[in-house]
Structures are given as C-alpha cells and as structure tokens.
Unconditional design. Structure first.
Length: 151
C-alpha cells in the first residue's frame, strides 16, 4: 500500500464495543516474515495477549507469511488502539526472538464491520481457509498458524 493513501483507511472508521470486525494487516513491503515458525508463533502470542488484556475477543485468525486476518469482537477501546498495541507488541516480541530490527508492519490496517446478514461462521471459514486458497496446504488442518473459537 502506498503510504500517501494510508489515511484513507481511517475515513469513516467507527469502533463499536461489542461490534464484530474482520481486521487485516500486512507486513512491510509484503515480506514473507512468518514463514519462520518461531516468528509466527510470537505474533500469535500477541494476538492472544490482546484478548487477555480485555481489548477484544478473538473469534478466528490466521497468520499468513506476509499478513494477518483477525476476526474479533471489540471489547474496549478503539480498533486503532487495538491494532497499535498489537503491532507494537508483536514487533518488540519479534525483536526479542532475534528478528533484525527493521520495520515489521505497513502503516494502517483494513477493517470490515460485519453486518447482521453476514454469517460470522462463514467469515471465520473464509479466514482459516486462506492458506488453502494461497496454495500453502491442501487441508486447513495442515496449516499450523490459525485458530477459531468453533474448533
């Protein structure tokens, strides 16, 4: 994404506690950082930490080689605060496990507020099937970096 247009992602953004959101964030220059198992697991730990901190309830997520899809129910704060905390903490966690100090995430993130007519379970299935559609695995269960509350 061109940094000059990242501000457009914020236009019209509304954070509703109790709202369901599909969030997507991408690594800087789409570098395939999370092909490294330990780095992917460190990011997953930070996804789980945001839930322990009471910011959200994670419904489903997948850590792909160069991006993260995350279906949440927002508990407190705003989407911007949630993503800022996740990105900051995950960056520091990766530095601690040996990733060279460089930019990890592209600025901004994409969010989609789920509407009543959208099936939360279908969105979760879409998220966890991402590695299959990308050709990384043949079966969802073969990919190690995903979770959903229904499984």
């Amino acid at each position: 994404m061109d940094r000059a247009h990242s501000h457009l992602l914020r236009r019209g953004r509304f954070s509703q506690p109790g709202g369901l959101y599909l969030l997507t964030t991408v690594t800087y220059e789409r570098k395939r950082i999370f092909t490294d198992f330990q780095l992917a697991r460190s990011v997953i730990h930070q996804l789980r930490q945001t839930e322990l901190d009471g910011l959200c309830r994670s419904l489903a997520w997948v850590v792909m080689p160069d991006h993260v899809h995350w279906l949440i129910e927002l508990r407190s704060g705003t989407l911007c605060c949630l993503m800022r905390r996740f990105k900051s903490r995950s960056t520091h966690a990766l530095y601690k496990v040996g990733m060279p100090r460089r930019r990890l995430w592209q600025p901004g993130f994409h969010d989609h507020a789920l509407r009543r007519e959208e099936s939360v379970v279908q969105v979760a299935r879409y998220i966890v099937a991402n590695p299959m559609r990308a050709g990384l695995v043949r079966r969802v269960g073969d990919y190690p970096h995903w979770d959903a509350v229904w499984i």
